[in-house]
Design a protein around this ligand. Sequence first.
Ligand SMILES: NC(=O)c1ccc[n+]([C@@H]2O[C@H](COP(=O)([O-])OP(=O)(O)OC[C@H]3O[C@@H](n4cnc5c(N)ncnc54)[C@H](OP(=O)(O)O)[C@@H]3O)[C@@H](O)[C@H]2O)c1
Length: 286
Amino acid sequence: MTNVLKDDKMKTVIFPGGEQVPALGQGTWRMGDDPGRRSEEIRALRTGIDLGMNVIDTAEMYGDGRSERLVGEAIAGIRDRVFLISKVLPSHADRKGTKRACEGSLRRLGVEALDLYLLHWMGRYPLSETVEAMLELQAEGKIRQWGVSNLDVLDMAGLFALPGGNTCAADEVLYNLTRRGPEYDLIPWCGERELPLIAYSPVEQGRLLNRPVLKEVARRHDATPAQVALAWVLRLPGVIAIPKAATAEHVRENAGSLDIRLTPDDLHELDRAFPAPARKVPLEVI
Ligand SMILES: NC(=O)c1ccc[n+]([C@@H]2O[C@H](COP(=O)([O-])OP(=O)(O)OC[C@H]3O[C@@H](n4cnc5c(N)ncnc54)[C@H](OP(=O)(O)O)[C@@H]3O)[C@@H](O)[C@H]2O)c1
């Protein structure tokens, strides 16, 4: 990946292999579903890449491959500027199926390798089979790193106990102001192992944006609720946020979250409205 850290205000996260990536990326769920929005969605993704939001998250599941095809079109010619993530469905995640699924993703994306390949969530196949396939894909040069999604602490501990399991490079989970459960145990667990956490649905799919407290904090920073919600997720080291925005205008607005430094008063006010977990909360999923 080249030329992604041109703007030094961009917070970065370091992967276990030493690679440094921008902490604000882009999600793509539900992109590519509506042909009438396709060119705007591609423009949005490219705008984000130009702004340094180079981590792009997709999955074979999204629109049954439509999101991957759209991402492939958006990154054509600029592949080396992007940190590309895709995911295998649990129903494909045995040894052979994982490899086949990865090849399908590479084809739809039009790339030779993924930067990070995730198990989308845990299904019926033993994790050991998925790990084996991930390691083989890595050895074949089809993926540079592998990781998981929607795994809570106990499952992460089980994964790390498997042969090769501790080479997992990330966990992608639901984390935003209204979903603070991971702060209790998963985020510290990842932090101790310097394992990046990728926060999905960081603006709670838009549902957060009308909350009065966010509007109030945003007003003080001459910002927007989306920018405050993202700045809040990005306040933690080792955390990447991947908001999905289908218009260039939303993408530019989201990039503006990097200019916001939340004050202790802001954080206190947000804590009052969205309390931190006082006990274990099972990992939520969307
Ligand atoms: N691993 C997993 O299991 C999993 C699960 C869910 C999501 N994800 C990943 O995480 C990504 C993000 O999560 P998400 O798509 O569920 O939710 P999200 O990013 O929290 O929210 C997306 C919604 O917020 C709107 N939005 C974004 N920026 C905005 C802004 N500045 N102002 C107003 N509205 C704004 C978008 O509208 P527009 O589209 O109109 O811009 C869209 O409706 C997904 O796209 C996907 O890549 C992963």
